[in-house]
Design a protein around this ligand. Sequence first.
Ligand code: HAM
Length: 416
Amino acid sequence: MRYQRPIGTQDVTPEIAPEWRSVEESFRQLAARYGYGELRTPVFEDTDLFLRSVGQETDIASKEMYTFEDRGKRSITLRAEGTAPAVRAYLENHLDRTDKQRLVKLFYVVPIFRYDRPQAGRYRQHHQLGIEAIGSPDPAVDAEVISLAWNFYAQMGLTGIRLLINSVGCPSCAPAYVEKLKQTLAPSLPELCESCRRRYVENPLRMLDCKVDHDRMAAAPKLVEELCDECAAHLQQVLAVLGALGIPYEIDHTIVRGLDYYTKTAFEFQIEGIGAQSALGGGGRYDGLVEKCGGPPTPGVGPGMGLERVLLARQQLGQTLPDDRREGTFIVALGDAVWTEALKLLQDLRLAGLKAEADYRRRSMKAQLRFADSELFAQAIILGENALARGIVGLKDLATGEQVEVARGELLERLK
Ligand code: HAM
């Protein structure tokens, strides 16, 4: 009996882990520079948290959640997205009270679970690099989170990214727009795709981002032209700051996002060449969500960026990690008499924070050196019985082939 990983999941083996870690680390460092602190929430939450926040009629809530009953008969759902758990944790841990500026800035790197049809760039377990700025209605904060994502993609060496922006309005202007949209589309309803006909009833805004009827939606009324004064001014200010920061954007009235909590700003980062899934990341403002989750009225805004899609895009563009970085020390023990000494040295180096390895098969010196070179170790230490008796070891630079004698007692200092 051979087991296989579940469909739509990936193993991150030691071979590809450095690339994953490098992307995650770059994101962590950038987020920290912008003043965001890391948040880690449980892998599962109360199902109701997702239903209330994401919206019952969305694809995520209606058909993609991994929901089960635990042994205590509670309905549990694996993390279906990152924003609702962040808001729950914000309220539960009173993060607003500990923050003097009343703007709580959080980032996370977490797995997300969605039962979707797997294809290139779409998984049942994917990972998101997320940002949530909770507490400020200021359009400059929208621009900050967008610029963080934009600069992250640039740092990852990704080119050809389009930033698409829209405003989905607020409870005082969106409902009138939705009515207008329905009226306009009603006559052509029989010709629209099945999903549009369903959305017409359940979630009319989502008709706008239909892939099948995309061209027809060009004729639909545009939300940006129907916004209330406050939402219109907010959008203009977000765009003005993005302009000042030199971040190019395109207004796209079909960006409405697949989650119900968005208000005002909605945005997406797209890139060609990563399969059918062109959305590298996306997000928006969610000014009603904290209140919906039982807190005081509190605005928020953020993006979520798919980690796997960044890796795919980097691959497409040939932006993989340079694999010629040598690191660490390989200890070559010549003969059984020095083997124990080799093991002690191995531990000394590792405890001193250095990468070190030895050959437990104890092959010939030539075989060991060839192996150390192919594994990109920076140097080899050669332990011979006679030299060691004199307190001396050989230190070979594996890049240049140069070898010198070093006193055993000075070795650690030298390698550091
Ligand atoms: P989302 O658009 O559902 O937003 O997901 C954000 C990003 O996660 C997508 O743009 C994509 O890069 C990646 N992603 C989503 N689903 C998959 C999948 N099945 N396989 C691979 N990658 C995927 C949210 O989840 C919001 N919580 C984002 C947000 C943060 N809004 C405000 N703050």
